[in-house]
Design a protein around this ligand. Structure first.
Ligand code: NDP
Ligand code: OXD
Length: 313
């Protein structure tokens, strides 16, 4: 197969560095140029404009610049070519850092200490061992498993929930709809690392948060969402925080991004907000992986980390 040209179509990312690095090995066309161009074989995308990919008559594969691919599949006209998602040590490491950072902050009462410091209060609340706290990871995929293994090494009890049955040493695993309530009932800190699909949209709602274990050493249950914003109902989270169903939350993703200035989550005293920054896609680490895959594909080898279109991730 000939060396394919790339269409780069990224919304919300600065394309320059991606373009430079991809151009080291291949010709790159930057959207809005390139629509309907028969010489384009690959598309490297983030939130591409609708109907763009279906306009490319010789498209052979699509590369997401993120681990999530909901931004690609949101366009129902995306042609039936392989879609490759990001699986990279660098991105996994960033997400592990984020999850461990937020779990430890909630576990070690960061919110209480920050509020005490503001008021110059010298008070040491009781401490409890990590082993008394169970962290439940929703989505035991590449990112969930990596975070689980570090949390285990810190001594936390770890639960995992996935679509199909999974096993991981040291982790209590649950699967599918039947496993959801038992998983929640055994979880103090809920970490959401699910993809956004028709099945998972809105899954983090008041009814689900009610099922978390509240009588624990933390003094309440905690939500951490670094998956996708539309997995959650922002208003249900506010309600759960206000009536004590949730003790605290760390949110990296929101139903609408950027989070509107009018959202009560910005100033809620029990919420820690980051701007969809848990695990940044760094072109320096991700472009070489894409270029390697393109070259292998042209030698007749299989693409790796393909999206299952039926499952939606
Ligand atoms: P994977 O595809 O490796 O794992 C997804 C996991 O979710 C799998 O365990 C899968 O189950 C599970 N899952 C999917 N659908 C369901 C369902 N209906 N019910 C129960 N479990 C389900 O994805 P990654 O770990 O690589 O990434 C996860 C998500 O993290 C991404 O899709 C993206 O949305 C988000 N992300 C966010 C970032 C940020 O900066 N905030 C950065 C990177 C990613 P099974 O094992 O059975 O397939
Ligand atoms: C991703 C993201 O999916 O950054 O990789 O959200």
């Amino acid at each position: 197969m000939e060396k394919g040209r790339i269409l780069l179509a990224v919304t919300g990312f600065h394309p320059q560095r991606w373009r430079e690095l991809l151009s080291a090995e291949r010709e790159v066309v930057l959207e809005p140029d390139g629509a309907s161009d028969p010489s384009i074989t690959y598309a490297v995308v983030w939130k591409q404009r609708p109907n763009l990919l279906s306009s490319l008559p010789n498209l052979r594969a699509v590369f997401s610049i993120g681990a999530g691919v909901d931004h690609i599949l949101a366009d129902p006209t995306v042609p039936d070519v392989p879609i490759v998602k990001v699986v990279a040590d660098n991105l996994t490491q960033y997400m592990t850092e984020y999850v461990v950072w937020r779990v430890l902050d909630h576990h070690r009462q960061g919110m209480l200490y920050r509020s005490q410091q503001k008021r110059k209060i010298w008070h040491e609340p009781p401490q409890r061992p990590a082993g008394d706290i169970s962290v439940g990871i929703m989505g035991l995929g590449t990112l969930g498993r990596a975070a689980a293994s570090v949390l285990l090494s810190l001594g936390f009890a770890v639960n995992g929930w996935s679509r199909s049955e999974r096993t991981m040493e040291g982790v209590s695993t649950y699967a599918g709809e039947a496993g959801l309530i038992p998983f929640l009932n055994a979880t103090d800190i809920l970490v959401v690392l699910l993809p956004l699909t028709p099945q998972t949209q809105g899954i983090i709602n008041y009814g689900v948060l009610k099922e978390l274990r509240k009588r624990n050493g933390l003094g309440g249950s905690v939500l951490i969402n670094a998956g996708r914003g539309r997995l959650q109902k922002d208003a249900d989270i506010v309600r759960a925080l206000d009536d004590g169903t949730l003790k605290e939350a760390s949110l990296d993703v929101f139903e609408v991004e950027p989070l509107p200035k009018t959202s009560p989550l910005w100033s809620h005293p029990k919420v820690f907000v980051t701007p969809h920054a848990a695990a940044t896609s760094d072109p320096v680490h991700l472009v070489p992986i894409m270029l390697r895959q393109m070259a292998a594909f042209e030698r007749g080898e299989k693409l790796e980390n393909l999206v299952n279109r039926d499952a939606g991730y």
